[in-house]
Design a protein around this ligand. Structure first.
Ligand code: ADP
Ligand code: MG
Length: 364
């Protein structure tokens, strides 16, 4: 192994960090590719660092003539820093913060090309979910203590929820792809946390490919993209974790290459008050955190940004409605629902091809 560790500290402006009750279970998906057959091109290089209030990890096989790992590390970090500088609501000088807090209603706001890609994708997923997924959810995310404005200890009163809800709705956004501008017709605020990590994965992937690398795993805050062969040879093997707080159980494994894998799970990020658990996924149609039996969603897609957005969208929709939307769009999605005596697993037809062996479908 040739680990090259990051010297950077976590971005002080990013992420929810310790403000939110987190369980010890760190990632819904954990890489379980073990040591095995050694790649003829040598040991994999493993790099890691911090971004967006979370961590990133990259593992790659080094082709002849590849840049030095230190240079690859710097290139990855630069790509991630650029995404954070554009889309972090924790930075007053970011593009998103300027749009949210400074830019007036009714005046086109020039967006950078990358931000435009994210906005366009998010608006499309929002439209496809009838408003369940909505990147103008920011005021509600803040109200429920999951945003840049900080933690809360008790649920907000109903009138505050109604007031925040009135400031939500992607119908108030007009994005012009031609001149890359975004106009708001009322004072809405963007929160692209639900797909920015996926977009960052795509950005890192593009940079690595540009360096001539073909076999790699990129992971940012749990969202991943796999390319080429794993160090064992063949596709990358990814475990799907049983969503049990405080315990690490494996529901099964999937084999993925040249695709992205994103997960959403409300057992990782929530706050508790009065014995009730409040998810960080908010339903903009009600103004309240989602409260249904869907505890984990895994999406495999050829685009990490869309995998990330859809995973969050299905978390809002719940298993039944989510499955209908996923199947209508031929998306590859795996659902885990909680049941009184365990968990119920199911997946769309498109997901089957990734399954190493039947996962615990229908198991309780
Ligand atoms: P998960 O992996 O659990 O889906 P993400 O980081 O992808 O987590 O997205 C969760 C974040 O998305 C929340 O912290 C919040 O900022 C934002 N969010 C919450 N509810 C919605 C929603 N209905 N539509 C879009 N974004 C949302
Ligand atoms: Mg997401």
């Amino acid at each position: 192994m040739r680990p090259v560790s990051s010297s950077s500290s976590p971005d002080p402006t990013g992420g929810r960090g310790t403000r939110i009750l987190r369980l010890c279970v760190l990632l819904l998906l954990v890489l379980v590719a073990g040591c095995g057959e050694r790649d003829p091109r040598g040991e994999p290089v493993r790099l890691s660092g911090a971004t967006m209030g979370t961590t990133w990890n990259v593992t790659y096989l080094e082709p002849p003539g590849a840049p030095a790992p230190e240079a690859v590390h710097a290139g990855i970090q630069a790509a991630l820093d650029a995404v954070n500088a554009t889309m972090s609501t924790y930075r007053a000088d970011s593009e998103i913060s300027r749009f949210n807090h400074e830019h007036p209603v009714g005046v086109p706001f020039p967006v950078s090309a990358g931000f435009g890609v994210v906005i366009e994708a998010a608006l499309a997923v929002g439209a496809a979910t009838g408003g369940a997924y909505d990147i103008t959810v920011g005021p509600l995310v803040d109200l429920w203590g999951f945003g840049a404005t900080g933690d809360i200890v008790t649920p907000p009163p109903a009138d505050a929820v109604a007031a925040a809800r009135a400031r939500v709705g992607q119908d108030a956004l007009a994005f012009e792809r031609g001149d890359l501008s975004l106009t708001k017709s009322k004072p809405v605020a963007l929160d692209v946390s639900s797909l920015a990590k996926g977009y960052a994965v795509d950005e890192v992937t593009a940079w690595l490919s540009g360096q001539g690398l073909a076999d790699y795993l990129v992971e940012v805050g749990g969202e991943m993209r796999l390319a080429g062969r794993s160090p064992r040879g063949g596709p990358w093997r990814i475990a799907i974790e049983q969503p049990e707080p405080g315990r690490r159980g494996i529901a099964g494994a999937i084999l993925v290459s040249d695709a992205a894998v994103a997960t959403s799970g409300d057992y990782r990020n929530f706050f508790e008050a009065g014995g009730k658990r409040y998810s960080h996924t908010i339903d903009p149609r009600t103004g309240y955190p989602v409260a249904h039996d869907l505890v984990s969603v895994t999406v495999v897609h050829d685009n990490a940004m869309l995998a990330d957005a859809w995973a969050t969208a299905f978390s809002v929709l719940g298993a039944q409605r989510g499955r209908a939307v996923a199947e209508a769009r031929s998306l590859a999605v795996y659902f885990i629902q909680s049941a009184p005596d365990g968990y119920v697993h199911s997946h769309t037809p498109g997901f089957a091809r990734y399954m190493e062996s039947p996962l615990k479908e229908g198991a309780r």
